[in-house]
Design a protein around this ligand. Structure first.
Ligand code: NDP
Ligand code: 2IT
Length: 450
């Protein structure tokens, strides 16, 4: 590895010793941009990599709320404002008990590159809390969101930092967060948060955007390699926002989704998943995926017990991990490949462990669509929501969907062009990192030492 890259990576490991997810995300980017670093000897003097890997700021705050029993509970809130090189900090909020500094920083770091790939003017940020929304009443969720925003509001703004949803934060939470922001500021600033409900400033297609975008990207990648989605078997981990709309679009494209999961286990329905039942269980009842069998007793359920998710043991042409980071291990990778996998495309952020990702990349027969390119549709339509808020005008579903489709197409082209330019064969991970990094490094150089 190039000496400058090696030094930067070693320093990051020394400075952030317990931040495994953050180090994993940085290492992947740094190892794949070597050909660009070799072309630019001035980057070292300008500390381009040191600046790109150090967040502009990381805000940590106390979030107290009163639960339904009258007990005061204290959580920790985070917002990392990683880079505003090409636009306001932009990225979701995650409410999940595992949330910690490493996870927020890895997500914020990934977001800088993903957002650059969309071609839209958005920088990178991320936030969240170790609060667990599961099993909480609407009142508890509302009070938690209000408390979270009572601190966050002073750090955000339509031209400063624009949060949105992620795991555990959907339209309900965004509504409560926005309501509290508006109350504090006494102003309707629609572009301060995205993923809003359609009745008060949201965009058509935002709900569907990440999942639909993932399938548009998959289709581009397959077509470029002489393949198509028609008739393919697909398995999708997770059954949240990304997974549900990836499933919907996959069916529309003539593929057959046979398995989905949640953190407890996965269902397998050989005839094809009944997505209306999944929507009913997950979007309305907030229930467990196992309940699918009450509606479809012919389906099978496999409990998630060990480290590896049972969903990756199911034979499939296309695997779409859409749950969480490091959900797909080397062991699962080998099983998927032994079962005849054609393509893996990431809906979740960094769903493959380091070893799994490296194994996929080294296997030239597998097409591998990396998260920061393939799941960028969500944030892209968030940026389109911001544009509509500024214009005081709304696009139709067809207009917003067409913009999304074109963006995903362009993202795939950017990855492919970088692969061609640097002779990377079909290593779209390196292609995505190089395309985004090139743009960001240029902006950083132009803006001086700040
Ligand atoms: P949701 O909260 O809507 O759904 C998350 C899903 O993943 C649930 O089915 C959940 O199961 C499952 N899951 C979460 N943690 C685990 C775990 N540790 N093991 C197994 N399953 C798990 O979130 P989203 O669909 O919005 O997000 C999913 C992924 O996509 C995340 O990685 C997110 O960062 C990424 N993403 C989201 C975007 C968006 O616009 N929402 C945009 C781009 C990426 P359970 O209910 O049992 O916890
Ligand atoms: O990971 C992601 O890109 C998101 N959670 C969406 C972020 C956004 O600002 O819409």
């Amino acid at each position: 590895m190039n000496k400058y890259l090696k030094t930067v990576l070693n320093n990051i490991k020394l400075k952030n010793p317990h931040e495994n997810e953050y180090i994993q995300a940085v290492e992947e980017v740094l190892t794949s941009i070597e050909p660009v670093i070799n072309e630019h000897s001035e980057f070292e003097k300008l500390a381009i990599l040191e600046r790109m890997t150090e967040p502009e700021r990381l805000i940590i705050f106390r979030v107290p709320y009163v639960n339904d029993c009258g007990q005061t509970i204290v959580h920790r809130g985070y917002r990392v404002q990683f880079s505003n090189l090409i636009g306001p900090y932009k990225g979701g909020l995650r409410f999940q008990p595992d949330v910690n500094q490493s996870i927020i920083k890895f997500l914020g770091f990934e977001q800088i590159f993903k957002n650059a790939l969309t071609g839209l003017p958005i920088g990178g940020g991320k936030g969240g809390s170790d609060f667990n929304p599961k099993g909480k009443s609407d009142g508890e969720i509302m009070r938690f969101c209000q408390s979270f925003m009572t601190e966050l509001y002073r750090h955000i703004g339509a031209d400063v930092d624009v949060p949105a949803g992620d795991i555990g934060v959907g339209e309900r939470e965004i509504g409560y967060l926005f309501g509290q922001y508006k109350k504090i500021k006494n102003a309707y600033e629609g572009g301060v948060i995205t993923g809003k409900g359609l009745s008060y400033g949201g965009s058509l297609v935002r709900k569907e955007a990440t999942g639909y975008g993932l399938i548009y990207f998959t289709e581009e990648m397959l077509n470029a390699n002489g393949l198509s989605l028609e008739g393919k078997t697909v398995t999708i981990s997770g059954s949240g926002n990304v997974a549900i709309y990836a499933c919907e679009k996959a069916f529309q494209k003539g593929a057959k989704v046979v398995a989905m999961s949640d953190s407890n286990g996965c269902i397998y329905d050989a005839g094809g998943i009944d997505l209306n039942v999944i929507k009913q269980i997950k979007e309305k009842e907030r229930g467990r995926i196992k309940d699918y069998l009450k509606h479809h007793p012919q389906a099978e359920y496999f409990e998630h017990t060990g480290e590896d998710s049972p969903i990756w043991e199911i034979k499939t042409d296309i695997a779409l991990p859409c749950a969480t980071q490091n959900e797909l291990t080397l062991n699962s990778t080998k099983k998927l490949i032994a079962n005849g996998l054609t393509a893996i495309v990431e809906g979740a952020n960094m769903p493959c462990t380091k070893e799994a990702a490296e194994y996929f990349i080294s296997n030239k027969k597998i097409l591998y669509g990396p998260a920061k390119a393939a799941n960028a549709g969500g944030v892209a339509v968030s940026a389109i929501e911001m544009s509509q808020n500024s214009m005081r005008y709304y696009f139709s579903f067809e207009e917003a969907d067409k913009l999304l489709k074109d963006i995903m197409k362009n993202i795939f082209s950017s990855c492919q062009n970088a692969c061609e330019k640097y002779n990377l064969e079909k290593n779209y991970t390196a292609g995505a990192n190089i395309a985004a990094f090139t743009k960001l490094a240029k902006a950083m150089k132009a803006q001086g030492i700040v």
